[in-house]
Design a protein. Structure first.
Length: 461
C-alpha cells in the first residue's frame, strides 16, 4: 500500500487523471457499452401495468385470507384456538420485521439534531427548510414523512415505506447519510431528496404500500399449514415458510420494476431541482464512488501482499481514512499507508497489540475470491475513460452549463467503448438494480427540455 509496497498498484487516484488523455497501457472495452435509456412515457406505461398486476395479486391475497378464515371457522378444527391464534399472529408479525429493524438503525430524526450542528454547507434548519421547499415543489407537503440523518460514511440516501394500506398507518421516511449531505450543495441535495420522495409517493409500487394485506395472507397461510400438515414440532417453521411464500410472490414484482422506478425517480429529482443540479449530483456521487473503490483496491492489494494481516483491520483503516464528504485520494492513501506501516511495525517489534492481532486476528479470507476481485479491479483501472474534465466541471456549479452537459453526453455516446467512471456497473449494469451513472446522466439529458432550472422556474411565475 505504501510507495515501497510491491503489491500496490501504480495508478494514481481516479480523480487525478479524469479528463486527461489515455495513459500508457490503457485500452478500450472489447464490446461497446449498452447506453440505451427508456423514454419517460414508456416508463410510466410500464409502471401503470405493474400496478395493475399488483392489484390482482393483492386481490388474490385478500381472497385467500377470506377463504382460509371462513374454512377454519366453519370446519372441524384440529388445533386449539390459542394455537391457531399463535400461528396466525406469527405469520402476520413476521411481515413487520423490517420495520422493527429500522427502529434500531444507526440514525437520528433530522429535527432532533442540534440546531448549531453543521454538515458541510448545511445545518439542521437549512435541511428542514430545503425538505419543505422540495415537498412544496412536488405537491406533497401535506403528506406525513420522517427524515433521518444516517451516521455512516456511505454516500447514500434511501426511502423507507411503511403503510398498512395506501394512506393508512403511514410511517414513510427518507434517510440521508451524513457523507451524502456533506458532499452535495443545496441544489444537488434537493435533487436527491426529490428522488427519494419519488420512491415514497409518486412511484411507490403498490405492493410496498399494503403491508397489512401481506401480513394477513402470511398469517392465513401459516394457519392453513398448521391445520393440514401435522408435522408436530416441525410445524413451528410454518410461519417462516408462509412468510417466504408471501414475500416471494408479493415482492418479485417489485424487483422486476426497480430499474424503471429508479429512472422515474431521477425524473422526479430533476423536476424538483432542475436538470443541472440533478446531473451534478449524479456525477459527484459516481466520482466519489470511483475514488473510494480505488482506495479499497489498495486495501485488497495490501491484504494480498501481507496475508497475515486481518482483512477486518485493513477495512477498518480504510473506513477511518474516509472523511465525511469528498475524499481526497492522495490524503486518504497517505493515511492508509501510515496505518499499514504502523501495523507492520507493531508486529515486527512484538508489541502487545501486534501479538494480540497475530493470535486472535486471523481471518478466513477466501483467497480465490480475493484474487478474482483484485483482477477485476486492476482490469477496471486500465480501461480508457471518456475524456471529460470532471475537476473543472464540478469545481463550481456554474461550470456545468447545459452546453457542457450536452458535450459530456455526446462524448459518452460517441465513445461507447470508454468508461465515464471506473466502476463495475459502468461496464455492465444488466444485473444491477440501479442503472449505471452514464445511463442516468444520458436519461436526464435526453429529457432535458422537461426540466426547467431555477432561473427558468422563477421566470414562469
Amino acid at each position: 500500500m505504501n510507495a515501497g509496497d510491491p503489491g500496490a498498484p501504480a495508478a494514481a487516484g481516479p480523480a487525478a487523471g479524469a479528463g486527461d488523455g489515455a495513459a500508457p497501457g490503457e485500452r478500450p472495452l472489447k464490446r461497446p457499452r449498452r447506453l440505451q435509456t427508456p423514454t419517460r412515457a414508456a416508463l410510466l406505461d410500464h409502471f401503470a401495468r405493474s400496478q395493475a398486476t399488483a392489484r390482482a395479486v393483492l386481490a388474490v391475497e385478500l381472497l385467500l385470507v377470506v377463504l382460509v378464515t371462513g374454512w377454519w371457522l366453519a370446519g372441524d378444527r384440529r388445533i386449539a384456538g390459542w394455537q391457531a391464534a399463535a400461528y396466525f399472529a406469527a405469520g402476520c408479525l413476521g411481515m413487520f420485521l423490517l420495520v422493527i429493524e429500522g427502529w434500531f438503525a444507526d440514525r437520528v430524526p433530522l429535527e432532533r439534531l442540534p440546531a448549531d450542528r453543521r454538515f458541510g454547507l448545511h445545518t439542521r434548519d437549512s435541511l428542514l427548510a430545503l425538505l419543505r421547499r422540495v415537498q412544496e415543489r412536488l405537491g406533497c407537503a401535506d403528506r406525513p414523512l420522517r427524515v433521518f440523518m444516517g451516521r455512516g460514511k456511505d454516500v447514500n440516501a434511501f426511502a423507507q415505506r411503511f403503510e398498512l394500506l395506501p394512506g393508512v398507518g403511514s410511517r414513510n421516511g427518507v434517510q440521508l447519510d451524513r457523507a451524502m449531505v456533506h458532499l452535495l450543495d443545496e441544489a444537488e441535495l434537493a435533487s436527491v431528496i426529490g428522488h427519494e420522495l419519488g420512491h415514497v409517493h409518486a412511484h411507490a409500487p403498490l405492493v410496498t404500500r399494503c403491508l397489512l394485506v401481506h401480513a394477513l395472507a402470511a398469517g392465513a397461510l401459516s394457519l392453513l399449514g398448521a391445520e393440514l400438515l401435522p408435522f408436530g414440532h416441525l410445524s413451528l417453521g410454518l410461519p417462516l415458510l408462509a412468510l417466504w411464500l408471501v414475500r416471494t410472490v408479493a415482492y418479485s414484482m417489485h424487483t422486476t420494476q426497480v430499474r424503471a422506478v429508479e429512472f422515474l425517480c431521477d425524473d422526479v429529482g430533476a423536476r424538483a431541482a432542475g436538470l443541472l443540479p440533478a446531473a451534478r449530483a449524479e456525477l459527484k456521487i459516481a466520482l466519489e464512488r470511483e475514488t473510494r473503490s480505488a482506495l479499497l483496491l489498495r486495501v485488497l492489494e495490501a491484504k494480498r501482499t501481507h496475508s497475515h494481516l486481518p482483512i477486518e483491520q485493513l477495512l477498518a483503516d480504510w473506513e477511518a481514512a474516509l472523511p465525511f464528504g469528498r475524499v481526497d485520494a492522495v490524503q486518504a492513501r497517505a493515511e492508509l499507508e501510515r496505518n499499514l506501516r504502523r501495523r507492520l511495525a507493531d508486529e515486527a517489534k512484538g508489541t502487545l497489540s501486534g501479538l494480540w492481532s497475530h493470535i486472535w486476528g486471523a481471518d478466513d479470507t477466501d483467497d480465490a475470491a480475493l484474487d478474482q476481485q483484485l483482477a477485476r479491479g486492476r482490469t477496471l483501472q486500465q480501461i480508457r475513460r471518456v475524456p471529460i474534465p470532471f475537476a473543472e466541471l464540478l469545481a463550481n456549479p456554474d461550470r456545468l452549463t447545459r452546453p457542457a452537459l450536452g458535450a459530456l453526453a455526446d462524448s459518452v455516446e460517441a465513445l461507447p467503448d470508454h468508461l465515464l467512471f471506473r466502476l463495475d456497473d459502468e461496464v455492465d449494469d444488466s444485473a444491477e438494480t440501479h442503472p449505471c451513472p452514464s445511463r442516468r446522466v444520458l436519461f436526464l439529458w435526453r429529457h432535458a427540455s422537461e426540466y426547467p432550472d431555477a432561473a427558468e422556474r422563477a421566470g414562469r411565475r
